[in-house]
Design a protein. Structure first.
Length: 364
């Protein structure tokens, strides 16, 4: 087993045939781009800060997994087309400066070159206050009226400044620090498998706290189109959007293809994340049942046709049970029912007590 600190590095199991390409600081790609630091990683790629030695500028090189959804390149090109998207839509789509392929131990990898980003919205909100200035939050939210197959605050990036793009590698290291390397090893002491990097790289931090982001800095870019698809041309039944913002139909209508409306749910959750201090639905190690409970608590009962898929209770019994529990959970103690009144409630009389009587009879 390979030891890699997952909060900092990408999942080690992705370094395998069809997975990530192992990258080292100083690697030279396409006779042009020299890797100087790491920017981050996503489900389908790793992203590296590189020096374009032709134009002497800093760029981001996104190295896709060897078995990615290569539709991402096509959709980026289409979305950048003035005939295919609105002005605001094109403004938040990153421009592809270059693209090429590299062959490595894990396969053939598509590489996309774009301008580097400073940080994601998620990174900015890791601060103690975790709030944008209201005018900044409004400006960011206004840019999100454009459909994207995997909208969440980790995919919303603040572009870097021109000053940083033109900064030399020496200046970059002086300002932000040299790459911090952590060796990678196996628990059994054996040699690393082919295709696994010798060390992990702690991503460079180019950002700032959310409360310090100013209105002129509020422009955002959408990233990671690995989940994007066209509902008019293909069907997609499985959502890989983070569970906390995943649309409810992904669970309750698994045989129906996702649509643009699925994006709207995730978009609403993301807008809340940007404007508010906390996420709309919160949870650590949350499962689908927990999420459904959170959604019902905030939005009300599920559609009738979904309720039968959510358990064995019929709607009438659910309503009776909830009515009893609500009365028992009254804030003011004098408004709560007595134990006798609980036993006389509709749910106890029609469902619980008869079940108990059947159980009691079977034990005699």
């Amino acid at each position: 087993m390979v030891l890699i600190d997952e909060p900092i590095y990408q999942h080690h199991q992705y370094y395998e045939p069809g997975g990530y390409h192992p990258v080292k600081i100083g690697d030279y790609f396409h006779n042009r781009y020299r890797v100087v630091h790491k920017l981050g990683h996503g489900t389908y790629s790793t992203i590296w800060l590189a020096r374009d030695e032709i134009f002497n500028t800093n760029v981001a090189v996104k190295i896709c997994r060897a078995s990615p959804n290569r539709f991402e390149i096509d959709i980026l090109a289409k979305l950048s087309n003035p005939k295919q998207s609105s002005n605001i839509g094109r403004a938040i789509i990153p421009s592809i400066l270059d693209k090429f392929n590299i062959q490595g131990p894990n396969g053939d990898h598509v590489c996309l070159v774009t301008s580097p980003a400073r940080m994601s919205v998620s990174d900015a909100k890791e601060s103690w206050i975790s709030l944008f200035q209201l005018e900044v939050a409004r400006a960011i939210a206004a840019q999100l009226g454009f459909v994207h197959g995997d909208v969440h605050r980790g995919n919303l990036l603040f572009p870097s400044s021109r000053e940083f793009t033109e900064m030399s590698t020496e200046q970059t290291y002086k300002e932000y620090g040299e790459p911090e390397l952590e060796s990678v090893s196996r628990l059994d002491g054996q040699k690393l498998p082919t295709g696994v990097p010798e060390y992990g790289v702690v991503p460079i931090w180019l950002g700032e706290s959310s409360e310090n982001v100013t209105l002129p800095e509020s422009r955002i870019l959408l990233s990671d189109f690995g989940e994007a698809f066209s509902p008019a041309k293909e069907e997609k039944f499985e959502s890989h959007t983070p569970l906390l913002i995943r649309p409810s139909e992904a669970r309750f209508e698994p045989t129906k293809s996702l649509t643009f409306s699925s994006d709207i749910w995730s978009l609403a959750c993301t807008i809340w994340d940007i404007v508010a201090q906390k996420t709309l639905f919160e949870g650590i190690m949350t499962n689908e049942d927990d999420m459904t409970c959170l959604q019902i608590g905030l939005l009300g009962p599920l559609p009738t046709e979904w309720q039968q898929k959510n358990g064995d209770l019929e709607l009438e019994e659910q309503n009776a049970l909830l009515s009893m529990l609500r009365s028992m959970l009254s804030f003011q103690p004098e408004n709560r029912p007595s134990a006798q009144q609980v036993l006389e409630s509709e749910w106890m009389v029609k469902w619980a007590l008869p079940e108990y009587e059947r159980f009691h009879s079977s034990q005699q």
